[in-house]
Design a protein around this ligand. Structure first.
Ligand code: ZN
Ligand code: ZN
Length: 324
């Protein structure tokens, strides 16, 4: 990964400044990074952390806001050195569950996959000058909703959220007519070769982003890249199917911090949703969680391994209990 320090930008659009100012004091849960409406009762706990997939820290519920977060944190871009069109938007020092959105610069436009709590002026300045202009933000599941309404307003792009996780969106009451929120289900094509696929499992609306890099046009002859550009399909999986630290297989988790696995039928449903896709690479939400080759085969093998660990095997697509 190549580290890119973001410089202060001399020209931030007025609507971006207004969006940041309007939301700067809204409460943000320190444990998970979810931003709440100003009407939220701060004597109650964060709904995302109270859910058994997360946890209220032993030190108790604590809140912060965008203003305070911006005092001692900054964004750093980590650009993939093999495919420079993919960069992780990292926050230093880390915050909440270290959500790390991914910037994907496709030929037809750029997209941000997932969200984190901090949004900074240097990041807005950088994103507003992309060679392929930003066309949208899409989010995999509620643990990455973070401050996404503020991001969408500041960057003036549509926000794609899966309809089946609507109940978890904590700023529903703040959505205004001019906000461009796209509630989708099943599959949603963002652009040629770029689409969202709902897989369920971790959350009912848990989804992945698929990029068919083969559908990108070849580079112009007078601007050839200095090294080959990857052309295989890639899936961005977040928590829906987590790339293991080995970077050779996947895990299927209902609760990551509480170590609760996904049910066998949910694992099979995810596999079924992805079976017609052509992909060779996969990356989760954090840098250095990347399967560079044979990712589809790794997925098939991981399903078998995971089901076996839970006491099942597949026989002609039916689950059979292993005798132990
Ligand atoms: Zn929380
Ligand atoms: Zn999650």
């Amino acid at each position: 990964m190549r580290t890119i320090e973001l410089e202060p930008s001399p020209s931030i659009p007025l609507h971006s400044l207004e969006a940041l100012q309007q939301d700067s004091l809204l409460p943000i849960c320190k444990a998970c990074g979810t931003q709440y409406s100003k009407t939220f009762n701060l004597t109650t706990n964060c709904k995302i952390c109270e859910d058994p997939r997360q946890f209220i820290p032993s030190t108790g519920q604590e809140w912060t806001n965008l203003y305070d977060l911006g005092q001692d944190r900054k964004h750093v871009l980590l650009q993939d050195e093999i495919d420079e069109r993919i960069s992780f938007i990292s926050v230093e020092p880390g915050f909440a569950i270290n959500q790390t959105p991914i910037l994907i610069e496709t030929f037809n436009g750029s997209y941000i996959w997932d969200c984190s709590a901090l949004i900074s002026l240097p990041l807005i300045g950088f994103l507003s000058k992309l060679k392929r202009p930003l066309k949208g933000i899409a989010i995999s599941h509620p643990h990455f909703f973070a401050t996404s309404l503020t991001w969408a307003r500041a960057l003036r792009v549509p926000l794609y959220l899966c309809e089946d996780d609507k109940e978890w969106y904590q700023r529903l009451n703040d959505i205004e007519a001019q906000d461009h929120i796209i509630w989708w289900k099943g599959e949603k094509e963002l652009d040629k070769g770029v689409k969202l696929i709902q897989c369920g499992g971790h959350f009912p609306g848990s989804s992945i982003l698929y990029w068919d890099r083969l559908s990108e046009p070849p580079p112009p002859k007078d601007d050839l890249p200095s090294k080959p550009t990857p052309v295989s399909g890639i899936i961005f999986t977040a928590d829906t199917i987590m790339v293991q630290p080995t970077q050779k297989g996947f895990s299927f988790i209902w609760s990551v911090p509480n170590l609760i696995p996904l049910r066998p039928n949910s694992i099979l449903a995810i596999q079924d949703r992805l079976k017609y896709l052509s992909f060779h690479e996969a990356t989760s939400s954090w840098p250095n969680r990347w399967i560079r080759e044979d990712a589809k085969m790794a997925l098939e093998q991981s399903v078998i391994t995971y089901l076996a660990a839970e006491g099942w095997r597949l026989d002609q697509e039916k689950l059979v209990k292993l005798i132990t």
